[in-house]
Design a protein around this ligand. Structure first.
Ligand SMILES: [Mg+2]
Length: 335
């Protein structure tokens, strides 16, 4: 049997989120071809412009608060989650999405979460969900239930919960693998879509169909795939016509999740290559970096993350400490 170092995987995942977010942040809102016009080799650009990669954003902030809430409650506890998300307002938020900030401000005013949640299908819940994929990796029924509750705290739209469930399930699946063996592609897609399969919710079914197309298109180049998927599932009034036919990942959950998974699976030669590809996706680059970075970190583990990328993250020691605290709670509960 393969030995899995879960602490290494927990640390790799949370650090992966923050590295992808930090690397993608300077490229948020740019078309992919504009980003690639800036350099021939990404690493040279990174080394020359370190000052641009000086912070993570809301994706990592909310992942940290989600982790803290899980640690405090040794699992999901509604009050802890609400308190942690409200505390995020004092961080203060960096580059927040409208769905998140509007609902969390309502929570702060004491409005019950059922009324506070925004009817947004934005990617704000998928970006923060990886700690639940870690903590509940041995308990998939609870994983799906708690991800749904966590997502609905701020986003009542089914697109948001569909993407959050898929990403958390993917994290739970990937930490059981090691980069020494390849990812069984059919099994990967079957596993991550199984919790949202055959649902009464049309948007959950739509994400299953989009992910099936991602699987069928893993042989096309990244640029072509991003043109295909970067507005997947997006509808008016969120559709941005000027970016049609461009690699510009729309900050909608279905499109962001599809693109992050597509790039991740296309870039498995190393953690570094994977993160460089994710963070330069175009459009919502920091969130593609954060979501895909979590997947990459779960798969590669901390031991395969180069030291220079760990160092780029502001407060990386704090994130490593939180990873280890979350791991200890996981060990206490699941042995
Ligand atoms: Mg962000």
């Amino acid at each position: 049997m393969r030995f899995i170092d879960y602490l290494d995987k927990f640390s790799g995942t949370l650090l992966g989120v923050s590295i992808g977010d930090t690397l993608g942040h300077p490229f948020e809102g740019m078309i992919r071809e504009e980003i690639y016009a800036k350099f021939t080799i990404f690493e040279d650009y990174l080394n020359k412009h370190k000052h641009l990669f000086n912070t993570y954003t809301d994706d990592t902030q909310l992942t940290i608060h989600t982790t803290q809430a899980l640690i405090q409650g040794s699992g999901f506890n509604l009050d802890n989650f609400i308190r942690e998300y409200i505390a995020w307002l004092d961080d203060p938020p960096i580059g927040p999405g409208f769905g998140c900030i509007s609902s969390i401000k309502k929570l702060r005013y004491g409005i019950p979460w059922e009324n506070a949640a925004s009817n947004s299908g934005g990617n704000g819940t998928a970006m923060r969900i990886s700690p639940l994929g870690l903590f509940y990796c041995k308990d998939i029924t609870n994983l799906c239930d708690t991800v749904l509750k966590t997502s609905q705290l701020t986003h009542s739209h089914p697109a948001a919960s569909a993407g959050a469930i898929v990403i958390a399930r993917a994290i739970a699946y990937l930490i059981e693998l090691t980069p020494e063996t390849s990812i069984p592609i059919d099994r990967f897609f079957t596993t991550i879509t199984s919790p949202i399969l055959d649902s009464n919710e049309p948007i959950w079914n739509e994400l299953v169909e989009i992910l099936d197309k991602v699987k069928q298109n893993l042989n096309i180049p990244i640029e072509a795939g991003l043109i295909k998927f970067s507005q997947a599932g997006v509808r008016s009034p969120y559709f941005i016509e000027q970016y049609l036919g461009k690699a510009f990942v729309h900050p909608y959950t279905l499109s962001t999740v599809a693109c992050a998974i597509f790039i991740f699976l296309k870039s498995l030669s190393s953690f570094k290559d994977c993160l460089y590809s994710l963070a330069t996706a175009g459009g919502d680059s920091d969130t593609v970096g954060a979501i895909g970075g979590g997947l990459a970190g779960a798969y590669f583990g901390l031991k395969n993350i180069p030291e220079d990328l760990v160092k780029i993250v502001k407060g990386s020691k704090r994130i490593l400490k939180l990873s280890s605290d979350l791991y200890n709670k996981f060990k206490e509960r699941y042995g």
